[in-house]
Design a protein. Structure first.
Length: 185
């Protein structure tokens, strides 16, 4: 079964295997096979009465809590129903016509960029370097290609598990900020 988007379709897989979805383990998404922690279940139970209403489309209480915690204005936060939703919104929302994707990584980055009529190129990690994200090569690429408007970097990376050192990440963010380009982490 070919999957062309983030996460598998466990229900389709169960139909194809003639079994129940509960009998399968889905390794295509970051889902805890043990189920949600007890604290999450308690929070869900305590909030069941809220399902009578649509959620706050502005997520004001969450944005206000994040603002208090970080000291940043509440309107600086964009919340979504999972990262895949936000990944799909960013290229069009930020009007990124040309993006550099640090890979290998999620196919959703490229799909979102192309859906927004953008173009993308890759800077791929090297097997000989244990697939560490090639930040120095990204920097070189940014010097050469002025058309790149945004860099997509999964950190820690999926599927490799490699993380960018904070000093390298901040160095890259600083360069992109000075050049007026977007950094999507």
């Amino acid at each position: 079964m070919a999957i062309d988007k983030h996460g598998g379709n466990i229900y389709q897989a169960a139909r194809e295997q003639h079994c129940r979805a509960a009998e399968l383990h889905d390794f295509s998404a970051s889902i805890n096979p043990l189920g949600p922690p007890a604290g999450v279940l308690r929070a869900l139970r305590s909030g069941l009465r809220a399902v009578a209403h649509y959620p706050d489309p502005e997520a004001w209480d969450v944005r206000l809590a994040l603002s208090r915690q970080t000291g940043l204005p509440p309107d600086w936060f964009l919340l979504g129903n999972g990262s895949a939703e936000l990944i799909n919104l960013l290229p069009s929302g930020l009007r990124i016509a040309e993006a550099l994707i640090v890979g290998p990584t999620f196919s959703e980055y490229e799909a979102a960029i192309r859906q927004a009529d953008g173009r993308c190129t890759y800077c791929l990690a090297d097997r000989n370097e244990e697939y560490r994200p090639p930040i120095d090569r990204v920097m070189t690429r940014l010097q050469k290609d002025r058309d790149i408007e945004g860099v997509f970097l999964c950190n820690p990376n999926s599927p490799t598990g490699q993380a960018v050192a904070m000093t390298d990440l901040l160095r890259l963010v600083d360069v992109l900020d000075r050049q007026g380009r977007w950094m999507i982490v």
